[in-house]
Design a protein around this ligand. Structure first.
Ligand code: MG
Ligand code: MG
Length: 243
């Protein structure tokens, strides 16, 4: 899983270098596809079943789009917030990571949203080494976002990951009755894709007619940060940060 995660981290390093005004989201997707192919890795997103199979290697979602955006001819412009989510399977094991990128200079609201979103992921990873159960962490994540005046997306959550991209348990970024029923212990051997989605306005989202793209109902911006994180005897280890 470390090797698969490392390659996903490498994909994000590539994306980070490419993000600039004038580039299309399809160009970013093709570059990641070529990287995975070069390393003999299987892209996990392409062909995922839905009303139409997901057509690309990355989900690329811009501004009010939350997750699952389809790469295409859209040209990035100064001030955009771009979320790139991708994953691969290498030698039978999966890695999954998403990051939010600023295109040039973004507005102060976007900057604060990016900061809170990234802090939220970092907080979750840090607390994995200190807490007994996931609900304790989800509660802290939810509090962090609420105090900033933002909202946590509830319709999409993180997940266990291993030989498959989506494994049990579900890993929500907020506390609910369902989580309290399905709460789990943070124990060595557990590997999670932790992926808070934070909205500037309402938590409500809708799916566009392309059957995939999720956007905020109030069209305010959203950010998404995800790492694949392994719990070990000596604490949490991030597998997808490129190290
Ligand atoms: Mg992902
Ligand atoms: Mg994921």
């Amino acid at each position: 899983m470390r090797e698969a995660g490392r390659l996903v981290g490498k994909a994000h390093a590539l994306v980070r270098d490419m993000i600039a005004p004038g580039i299309t989201t399809a160009e970013i997707d093709l570059a990641v596809e070529a990287l995975f192919e070069k390393h003999g890795a299987h892209p996990l997103f392409k062909g995922v079943a839905g009303k139409v199979p997901f057509p690309a290697v990355c989900c690329i979602s811009v501004n009010e789009q939350v997750v699952h955006g389809i790469p295409g001819t859209r040209v990035l412009v100064e001030g955009d917030i771009v979320k790139v989510d991708t994953g691969c399977r290498l030698d039978g094991w999966c890695g999954d990571s998403a990051w939010s990128y600023a295109v040039g200079q973004i507005d102060p609201l976007g900057q604060r949203l990016m900061k809170i979103g990234q802090e939220n992921l970092e907080l979750a990873i840090r607390e994995m080494g200190r807490r007994e159960r996931w609900s304790e962490i989800a509660s802290l994540m939810e509090k962090h976002v609420r105090e900033a005046g933002f909202s946590v997306v509830e319709q999409f959550v993180g997940h266990g990951i291993g030989r498959e991209m989506h494994e049990d348990p579900q890993v929500p970024n907020f506390v609910s009755k369902q989580l309290l029923r399905q709460d789990f212990k943070i124990v060595p051997g557990l590997v999670l894709a932790i992926e808070p989605m934070v909205n500037a306005g309402t938590k409500s989202v809708r799916i566009l007619r392309d059957h995939w793209t999720v956007e905020t109902k109030d069209k305010k911006p959203s950010v998404h940060f995800e790492h694949t994180v392994a719990m070990t005897e000596s604490g949490p280890v991030v597998l997808t940060d490129g190290t």
